[in-house]
Ligand binder design. Sequence first.
Ligand code: CU
Length: 174
Amino acid sequence: MRTRRKFGWLTAALLTAGLVTGSSAVGAATSYVHAQGDLVDFQLSSYNATDGASAELWGVASDGSTAFRVFFTGLDPAAAGARFGVHIHVGPCVAGNGTAAGPHYNTGGPASTSTEVWLDFTVRAGGYGYATTTVPFVIAPGAAQSMVIHALPTAPGGAAGARQACLPVSFAVT
Ligand SMILES: [Cu+2]
């Protein structure tokens, strides 16, 4: 009984935290996002290190900022050491059509790690990779639909080379 009551407290605290986020200045913005699956290939006729890979992404919003974590598996181990640019984009993942993912999600300022979600990662021996970032904003439901993996690291200004692959991400009210 005692343990149950403690658990009840924890649940109540978590729910309260969620409500606080939901009723803050960011309004109806999502408080939590999770996406997992095989990457959608943008370059169907050519091979790259993301072919056959998968990813799992988490984003947790709190007090107007969002902490993102992403983990990649199934990357080509032969590409170990390569670094790829990754961003949240506004459009959907469409196989063979990187353009459909549209531009980066951007809060309105010059492209940077504080106006966009950048999750560049390095391919590790064994074919995995990971990245984290915390941004000073919360993405509203429906305002972004994808995480795009590029062929090059993100340069100042946001360019990162060809679009290689994509993970569908549903920013929805939770
Ligand atoms: Cu991008």
